[in-house]
Design a protein around this ligand. Structure first.
Ligand SMILES: [Mg+2]
Length: 287
């Protein structure tokens, strides 16, 4: 097959994958909106409607700690403990293993031993490099190794998970619960962390929670902490809520974190009330 034909075929394939992903995200949003409306109509918090008891959910602060120097990362990690967080997430994937180690050690040294430190590679490594860096990081006190390689290479991820003692975490790019079935069937990871907007909204999440429970795998959330707090309350193998404060500016009552735990609001539905003037100020100018 000529190179141009291969490129065209690959282009079509990736276009289809992209369309499927966008459609799933649109349907996830619609699904969440319908569940929210149902819970509001019933006068119940979403977690209660799902059969769960609203309860504090352990959260880690994921609001910062991008790729930065060791000193800057240590300073920022310390600040992220405000609110009583007992875990903060560090992004890695510097050009060399030595740089990753230097940043990890600087942060680890600055944080009390009881603070957990998951690290996230955002798909930056090859399988071989993931095993090399993972082995070097295992003795540095990290809680998990997140998305070390491309998100859809479950065979490669299984090889990484087999080679390492530190847990491998994936799932933010699962496109529906069927992705989780495929990943867990391949033993691609030790932990999962779906994104409510990609897994299929509330309906997809509840299916995924059952799949994780069946595999006895701890399940965390990816972003969207306001809805994820409700969903994790209804997750049998609930692990951690990924906390970011990105929506706080447009909400009347932002998600509360107390002593490192997210408080599931007892308001009906998901419990979101927009601040219209703030939403307007962030709206894109389409004129
Ligand atoms: Mg991640």
């Amino acid at each position: 097959m000529a190179p141009l034909d291969i490129a065209a075929k690959l282009g079509r394939r990736f276009a289809l994958v992209g369309v499927a992903s966008v459609v799933r995200m649109a349907l996830s949003a619609l699904d969440a909106a319908i569940w929210d409306a149902l819970a509001v109509a019933a006068g119940l918090p979403l977690a209660t409607l799902l059969g769960a008891k609203p309860r504090p959910i352990p959260a880690y602060n994921s609001s910062g700690l991008g790729l930065m120097s060791p000193e800057a990362a240590a300073d920022e990690a310390e600040k992220l403990l405000a609110g009583g967080f007992r875990s903060v997430k560090l992004r890695l994937g510097h050009p060399t293993l030595e740089e990753d180690l230097a940043v990890t050690r600087a942060v680890r040294k600055r944080l009390p031993d009881v603070i957990e430190l998951p690290v996230d590679y955002n798909q930056a490594l090859t399988v071989t490099e993931a095993i090399r860096r993972g082995r070097a990081l295992e003795s540095e006190g990290i809680a998990w190794l997140e998305e070390p390689i491309r998100h859809d290479d479950y065979v490669g991820s299984a090889a990484v998970a087999r080679a390492l003692a530190v847990p491998v975490q994936i799932g933010e790019n699962f496109n529906g619960p069927e992705s989780m079935v495929e990943a867990l069937g391949a033993a691609a990871c030790d932990y999962v962390m779906p994104d409510a907007a990609r897994i299929g909204g509330v309906t997809g999440w509840i299916q995924a929670a059952g799949i994780a429970a069946g595999h006895r795998i701890e399940m965390s959330s990816h972003l969207l902490p306001e809805i994820s707090a409700h969903l994790l309350a209804a997750t049998p193998t609930c692990h951690y809520l990924e906390y970011v404060d990105w929506a706080d500016a447009i909400l009347e009552e932002p998600l509360q974190i107390v002593d490192g735990f997210a408080r599931v609001p007892d308001r009906p539905g998901i419990g979101l009330t927009w601040r219209p003037e703030a939403v307007k100020s962030f709206a894109a100018d389409r004129s």
